[in-house]
Design a protein. Structure first.
Length: 132
């Protein structure tokens, strides 16, 4: 369907397992698809299925990956960038990659979607006599 992307909870679960909060993941999948569509439109204009096959092949996996990054921090640690725990002589430390649960696209995501790299274009000059 032109202008619309959709990734289902089942597609997410097949990649990352059944989430503990399916309603949240479903909402985030919608947000991620909207974000991908915005990135596509910024690069190519209005979305039409099949116009850019690399995007069509990759957007489902990328949307799921974007959401997985957003839900990977446990609720108790939301907003924390690092957590350390010490017991006697033992110390454990964790650094969270996405502590604020933001949805974001990395360079590898953009490459997978065919949205990375430079483009070259030109505009032909037009004189008054060239107008119809």
């Amino acid at each position: 369907m032109a202008g619309e992307l959709c990734v289902t909870l089942e597609e997410y679960a097949s990649r990352y397992g059944t989430p503990p909060d399916p309603d949240r993941v479903t909402a985030l999948l919608t947000d991620a698809c909207d974000m991908l569509l915005t990135a596509y439109e910024g690069r190519w204009g209005g979305y039409t299925a099949g116009a850019h096959p690399a995007f069509d092949r990759g957007y489902r996996a990328v949307a799921c990956s974007v959401v997985s990054r957003a839900v990977s921090v446990p609720d108790a640690f939301a907003g924390a960038t690092q957590y350390s725990q010490t017991a006697g002589a033992y110390n454990a430390s964790v650094t969270f990659a996405n502590p604020t649960a933001d949805l974001w696209l990395g360079k590898s995501d953009l490459r997978r979607l065919g949205l990375a790299g430079m483009r070259i274009g030109s505009i032909a000059p037009m004189a008054g006599d060239d107008r119809a």
